[in-house]
Design a binder for this molecule. Structure first.
Ligand SMILES: Nc1ncnc2c1ncn2[C@@H]1O[C@H](COP(=O)(O)OP(=O)(O)O)[C@@H](O)[C@H]1O
Ligand SMILES: [Mg+2]
Length: 177
């Protein structure tokens, strides 16, 4: 229900220079206990050289919370949640999730955040649907978490995408957003 309210009330982002790790930690604090109860181990890797970023911290915290909730819901029997934030120079950019060399027009470089879980993964036929409003595979899902996240990221001129691995060596990250 709160996804639905946030979705209908989405407003242009109010950008302020903020610490990305602080925004992520803020979102994580609301799922920390749930992780412990579910037996989900958490690994955070934040690049110590990250500069302050122009973000709407409330909206971005919502994005991260939605990703963490999805990860937790994918690991009811426990697992591993990895949250990574790293800085890239302007030399290469991502195209459909894969690094590509070439001009980006983003001369100051950019920052990538990945949220990875070891849950059941996302089947290839589902992967293309997950950002669609109201798309859900859950009995009580709203199907709005990722669509809301995508709208917020786009309003920040960012990109969001998902990958899923069917086969992976240990440890096995299965979904990565
Ligand atoms: N980490 C994940 N692992 C597996 N499936 C996922 C994950 N994140 C999202 N999904 C898939 O994407 C769908 C849409 O997610 P979302 O928009 O957050 O809606 P909801 O969580 O309410 O279903 C989910 O129902 C699920 O099928
Ligand atoms: Mg969700």
């Amino acid at each position: 229900m709160s996804d639905l309210l946030s979705y209908s009330r989405i407003r242009p982002p109010e950008l302020q220079l903020v610490s990305l790790p602080e925004v992520i930690e803020d979102a994580f604090s609301s799922v920390k206990e749930e992780c412990q109860l579910a037996g989900v181990r958490v690994e955070k890797r934040f690049d110590p050289t990250l500069p302050p970023l122009p973000l709407d911290s409330q909206q971005m915290a919502r994005v991260f919370l939605n990703l963490f909730l999805n990860a937790l819901q994918a690991m009811p029997g426990g697992g591993m949640l990895t949250i990574q934030a790293m800085r890239h120079e302007s030399g290469y950019h991502l195209q459909q999730g894969f690094p590509t060399t070439g001009g980006t027009g983003r001369e100051e470089g950019w920052v990538e955040v990945t949220v990875t879980d070891t849950g059941e993964g996302i089947p290839p036929q589902v992967l293309g649907e997950i950002f669609r409003p109201f798309f859900t595979t859950k009995a009580k899902g709203t199907g709005l978490g990722l669509s809301l996240a995508q709208r917020i990221i786009e309003q920040h001129h960012g990109q969001i995408f998902a990958r899923s691995w069917e086969l992976w060596l240990s440890p096995p990250p299965k979904a990565c957003l």
